[in-house]
Design a protein around this ligand. Structure first.
Ligand code: SER
Length: 337
């Protein structure tokens, strides 16, 4: 008998850290994790098995599928937006080809078992591309199907993988004599994520979490975007709550496969004010990097998540006040004590 597991790629990253802790709270869940790196020490005891390998290693992924019975895949592995601009071809390989391999394996498994494997995918505000600041000012809360003209490799990759997920769920092998059991792909488009436990690496919304963690460490922080730069953010417990909420929703309730989810939107200056309230000695200056600035300028000021609220009762637990006062400030203080 093969062991039944939930498979998590990119498990050593920021979302993985919080997701593992949540999933492991249910002793019925057996977790098989996969990443280029070892898991952070704190979550190591919570998983059944961790594999250090590369998503581009197709043989390794095929071996995993033959050894384990995978009930659900949380595919978190990706190169984030700044990193992906430095090595766009590698980003395409990891973000798109890696996802395609996993989708194909999930489709084969669904077929073999005669039941749909769930494929949960974090997408991003980076799939949006506002052409200029005037449009960003006028169209404040964008809906899923609007402004899908990303200007980063990462955004293009995420948008295309959403489409691949939809394709594998609805049209894969559409000309075959008998229709295969489809996979059950579901995605959420996250705003910038902020965690008290970990720091992001290689993203362009990183200025938020970076200024916060720098303040807690007593370090000066030159913010790489202008004061008036506005995008939405969400704290990590809500991000995981969104992934698990969407995974738990009955399929009949879902009117689409990819949903916006968000929590609060604020400017970099307002973010800095919140950081200063929590850490009065924080030294935050603004020294925009014009290239990274133009990426953030192309992301919407806010996103409309009413479809998620209606279809699967999505609601963030942390608004702006609670996020800083009850989660970020106390937990980050604790972390660097
Ligand atoms: N946080 C991501 C990034 O900055 C956006 O999804 O790349």
């Amino acid at each position: 008998m093969r062991k039944r597991v939930i498979f998590i790629t990119g498990a050593s990253g920021e979302i993985g850290y919080e997701l593992i802790r949540n999933l492991a709270a249910d002793s019925n869940n057996h977790l098989l994790t996969f990443d280029l790196h070892e898991l952070p020490e704190k979550v190591r005891p919570l998983v059944d098995h961790h594999i250090v390998s590369d998503l581009l290693n197709e043989n390794e992924l095929t071996r995993i599928v033959s050894e384990y019975e995978i009930d659900a895949i949380f595919h978190l592995a990706a190169l984030l937006s700044t990193r992906a601009e430095i090595t766009p071809e590698l980003a395409h390989r990891v973000n798109v080809e890696g996802t395609l391999t996993l989708l194909r394996l999930a489709a084969e498994q669904s077929q073999w078992r005669g039941e749909s494997i769930q494929f949960i995918f974090p997408s991003s505000i980076a799939v949006y591309g506002m052409p200029d600041l005037e449009s960003k000012r006028i169209y404040q809360r964008v809906r899923e199907f609007e402004w899908n003209q990303p200007r980063t490799m990462y955004g293009c990759n995420k948008l295309y993988c959403e489409m691949l997920g939809n394709y594998f769920s609805r049209h894969y092998r559409q000309l075959a004599a008998s229709q295969p059991t489809p996979i059950d792909f579901r995605g959420v488009r996250f705003p910038g994520l902020v965690s008290a436990a970990t720091l992001p690496s290689g993203g362009t919304s990183d200025y938020g979490p970076e200024m916060l963690h720098a303040a807690a460490r007593g370090e000066a922080y030159p913010c790489f975007v202008r004061e008036d730069t506005r995008i939405p953010f969400m704290v990590m417990p809500d991000a995981v709550h969104a992934l698990l909420g969407l995974a738990a929703a009955p399929q009949e309730a879902l009117s689409r496969r990819v949903y916006n989810v968000t929590s609060f939107s604020l400017s970099a200056e307002q973010f800095a004010d919140r950081v200063r309230r929590a850490f009065p000695d924080a030294e935050i200056t603004f020294a925009p990097d014009l290239k990274r600035q133009s990426i953030v300028d192309s992301w919407p000021a806010d996103i409309d998540d009413s479809a998620a609220r209606i279809d699967w009762q999505w609601q963030p637990a942390y608004d702006l006040g609670r996020a800083f006062e009850e989660y970020l400030a106390p937990r980050i203080r604790e972390r660097y004590r």
